[in-house]
Design a protein around this ligand. Structure first.
Ligand code: PLP
Length: 403
C-alpha cells in the first residue's frame, strides 16, 4: 500500500481564499440580488498591456513557421529576457547582477515554494507574521513546519509585524536557517527601507542563514529612496535569493512569468546555490513558454513601459481612494502608498472574520481577514487596490456608510 506524505494531513482546513470564497458564495446564495464588490483576492483586473499582447501574437506566429518554431527552451530562460530583466530591473538601481545569475520562472509563487528543494528538511524557517501563506504551507508540506497547534506551526519562527514595530520584524533570538522577507509586503502593504534591511543582511551573513526575498510588488513603490531589490543592500549577494514577478507589474497573473536571482557568490557548505537550483530546475522544470517570455520582454519596450506605468497609476489611484476614504471614516489605515494593499484595523476591537462578515453582509464588500495571514493579523483587514476604479470608489462609500 502506498504511503502518503503525512505532512499534508497536518495542513489546517481550507486555504484562506477558499474560505473567503465559501462565505461569499453562501452570502450570495442567501441574497441573490446583492451587488457584491470584491476587493479580497489580490488578482489584477486590467487586461495585458497592448505591447505584451502584440509580442505574444508575434511569438505565436513564429511558432507556426518551421523556420522560427521554438521547442524546449533553456531551463534558466532565454537570454533576451534575462538580459532585459537585468538591464531594466537591476542595473538602473546600481545592482550588479549578471543575467547568468537569473532564472526565468512561471511566477514567483512556484519558486518561493520550490526553493525549499535545495535545503535540508531540518532547516528552521522564519516568516513575517502576518505573511503570504505560501511560504508556510510549502514548508509545512515538506515537513519543515512541525505540527499545527491550532494557531501556529510548532517549528516556524513567527516574526510579528505590527503597528508597534512599523510592520518590520525584529531579528529573532532563535537563529533561523531560511528567512522569508517580502517587501512591499503582502498583506500589510508596507515597504522596507535600506536601514531596516541592512541588519538582516548582516545577520544572515553572520549566521550563515539565507534570506528568501520576495519582491513581487516592487513596481508599486513610489518613494525613490526605498530599495527595489535586496541586492541594493551591501552583502546581500552573499546571503539572499530574490523572487520577481510580472504578475502584478504587468497583469501577468494568468499569463505566468517571473524570475529568481541566485547570485554566484551565494555559497553554503561549499556548494553554489545557483548550481543546486540549476540542477533542480533542469530535472523538474522545462522552462517558461517562449511566447510568454517574449510577452514579458515587451514590458521593457518603450510602449510597454508607458502602458505599465498607466496601469500601475490606475491601481495606485484606487489605493489612494481606499486609503483616504477609510482614514476619513476614522479607521487606522496602513500601506497603500508603496504597494497595492491597504491594511486596516477592524474598529472597536472586532475580530478579523467578524468584521469581514459585517463588511460582506452590511456593505456587500468582500475583503480578506487579516487573521488568515497569521496570528498577528488578527483584528486587521486587507483590501486590494486591483479592482475597477468605479467599483472601488463605491466600495469605500459603502464601508464609510456602515461605520
Ligand atoms: N508573492 C507574493 C507576496 C504574492 O502576494 C503573490 C501573489 O499574490 C505571489 C508571490 C505570486 O506571484 P506569481 O503570480 O508571480 O506567482
Amino acid at each position: 500500500m502506498v504511503k502518503l506524505n503525512e505532512n499534508y494531513s497536518k495542513l489546517p482546513g481550507s486555504y484562506l481564499f477558499a474560505e473567503v470564497a465559501r462565505r461569499t458564495a453562501a452570502f450570495s446564495a442567501a441574497n441573490p440580488d446583492a451587488d457584491i464588490i470584491k476587493l479580497g483576492i489580490g488578482d489584477v483586473t486590467l487586461p495585458l498591456p497592448e505591447a505584451c499582447v502584440a509580442a505574444l501574437k508575434r511569438a505565436a506566429d513564429e511558432m507556426a513557421d518551421k523556420a522560427t518554431f521554438m521547442g524546449y527552451g533553456p531551463y534558466e530562460g532565454y537570454d533576451f529576457l534575462r538580459e532585459a530583466i537585468v538591464a531594466n530591473d537591476y542595473e538602473p538601481f546600481g545592482v550588479k547582477i549578471s543575467p547568468d545569475e537569473l532564472f526565468v520562472s512561471d511566477g514567483a509563487k512556484s519558486d518561493c515554494g520550490n526553493i525549499g528543494d535545495i535545503f535540508s528538511e531540518d532547516c528552521t524557517v522564519a516568516v513575517c507574521d502576518p505573511v503570504y501563506p505560501v511560504y508556510i504551507d510549502a514548508n509545512a508540506m515538506s515537513g519543515r513546519a512541525g505540527d499545527w497547534d491550532g494557531e501556529k506551526w510548532t517549528n516556524i519562527v513567527y516574526m510579528p509585524c505590527t503597528p508597534e514595530n512599523g510592520f518590520f520584524p525584529a531579528l529573532p533570538e532563535r537563529v533561523p536557517d531560511l528567512i522569508y522577507l517580502c517587501f512591499p509586503n503582502n498583506p500589510t502593504g508596507m515597504a522596507a527601507t535600506r536601514e531596516q534591511l541592512q541588519p538582516w543582511v548582516d545577520y544572515a551573513n553572520e549566521h550563515g542563514s539565507v534570506i528568501l526575498y520576495d519582491a513581487a510588488y516592487r513596481a508599486y513603490m513610489t518613494d525613490p529612496a526605498l530599495p527595489r531589490s535586496i541586492y541594493e543592500i551591501p552583502g546581500a549577494e552573499k546571503c539572499a535569493i530574490e523572487f520577481g514577478s510580472f504578475s502584478k507589474t504587468a497583469g501577468f497573473t494568468g499569463t505566468r512569468c517571473g524570475w529568481t536571482v541566485i547570485p554566484r557568490a551565494l555559497v553554503r557548505g561549499g556548494e553554489s546555490l545557483y548550481d543546486m537550483w540549476m540542477r533542480r530546475q533542469s530535472t523538474k522544470f522545462n522552462g517558461t513558454a517562449y511566447v510568454i517570455q517574449r510577452a514579458a520582454e515587451a514590458t521593457y519596450s518603450p510602449e510597454g513601459k508607458a502602458q505599465i506605468a498607466k496601469m500601475i497609476g490606475y491601481y495606485m489611484e484606487n489605493a489612494r481612494v481606499i486609503r483616504s476614504g477609510l482614514s476619513a471614516a476614522g479607521l487606522e489605515v496602513y500601506g497603500g502608498t508603496d504597494s497595492p494593499y491597504i491594511w486596516f484595523r477592524a474598529p472597536h476591537g472586532a475580530g478579523s472574520w467578524e468584521f469581514f462578515d459585517r463588511l460582506l453582509s452590511e456593505a456587500g464588500v468582500v475583503t480578506t481577514p487579516g487573521e488568515g495571514f497569521g496570528p498577528s493579523g488578527e483584528g486587521f483587514i486587507r483590501v486590494t487596490a486591483f479592482g475597477d476604479a468605479g467599483r472601488t470608489r463605491e466600495a469605500v462609500e459603502r464601508i464609510k456608510g456602515i461605520l
